[in-house]
Design a protein around this ligand. Structure first.
Ligand SMILES: [Zn+2]
Length: 307
């Protein structure tokens, strides 16, 4: 079922968000409207009746249960949903979705606004959000560019530090590309920067017929000779930032690396997250631009379809 949000949640202010979700009833109705809780369970009760209604229950942690009108049996409103394994309040989970979407996802902010009891809960949930981003890309392998698009490619060096020591212990190369029109991107860890490593990644992520801009790194020499009919322009960075004749430049991807590294630095705190999962979240956010909440809900519905 296609999901069309009833309201522009991604442009909600914090006040609007709180007003929209400030009672248990509003939260449940909201989750039903966005398809994270069913309007009615699709599977019957143990006695095979399909006659559910949602009834109040002060003793249940969500304050409501599904009740069978025929045999009076009950079922948690979380059954068969993305919430089923969580120990958190529904309120905490949807607040986390909202603040994460808005990039208000520092530990400080989440601890204060979602009332998380422990740091490890925050770390677990942020990892969980990244897992959803990764699963999304497994289901929808990312490709960028196409005829009429310019994709800038570049390799970037990321230092890996040992946090208790503070010195650089080694270097990790990341190879990536970004589409100038859509701002979608890819970024993957690579052990080597040779043609045998980079060309297959280019073929995997960049659509045929794309115009590719890069620096004059030797591994790129054969880009235009492959089966994908790329058009390839280079800029000699020892002479210019922008090639004076072809106007080739790689300033968008350099900006992209800067943003990704700044976000990584902000996010890290004292918790070491895996670089590729961080890059995957970055790619996911680039893909969905200014509608992350709406699209995170879509991704969750795809990864955790209602049973
Ligand atoms: Zn029943």
């Amino acid at each position: 079922m296609a999901f069309t949000p009833l309201l522009p949640f991604d442009s909600f202010t914090d006040r609007e968000w709180v007003e929209h979700t400030n009672t248990t009833e509003k939260i449940i109705e909201f989750c039903q409207n966005i398809g994270l809780i069913p309007i009615s369970p699709t599977t019957p009760c143990a006695k095979q009746h399909n006659n559910w209604y949602m009834g109040a229950c002060a003793r249940s942690r969500d304050k409501y249960l599904w009740r069978c009108r025929t045999c009076k049996s009950t079922r948690s409103i979380r059954d068969g949903t993305f919430f089923s394994k969580s120990k958190l309040e529904l309120r905490q989970v949807i607040d986390l979705l909202f603040y994460w979407s808005q990039c208000n996802d520092s530990h400080e902010h989440l601890r204060r606004h979602c009332k998380f009891a422990s740091e490890s809960t925050i770390v677990d949930w942020k990892n969980f959000m990244r897992d959803i981003c990764a699963t999304y890309f497994l289901l929808h392998p990312p490709t960028i560019g196409g005829v009429g698009h310019i994709v800038e490619i570049d390799e970037s060096s990321w230092t890996k530090r040992k946090y208790n020591v503070g010195r650089v212990v080694n270097n990790q190369w990341v190879f990536g590309g970004t589409d100038r029109i859509t701002h979608e991107c890819f970024a993957v860890l690579v052990d080597r920067r040779d043609a045998a490593t980079l060309l297959p990644i280019i073929y995997q992520y960049i659509l045929p017929g794309t115009t590719i801009h890069s620096d004059q790194w030797a591994a790129y020499n054969n880009i235009r000779n492959g089966p994908h009919h790329y058009i390839h322009f280079t800029v000699n960075h020892s002479q210019n930032f922008v090639d004076p004749l072809t106007l080739t430049h790689t300033q968008n991807i350099e900006n992209m690396w800067m943003c990704a590294k700044m976000k990584k630095k902000r996010q890290m705190g004292q918790h070491v997250t895996l670089l590729q999962t961080h890059l995957t979240e970055f790619m996911w956010r680039r893909r969905f631009g200014d509608r992350p909440f709406e699209n995170m809900v879509r991704s969750i519905r795809e990864v955790y379809p209602l049973l």
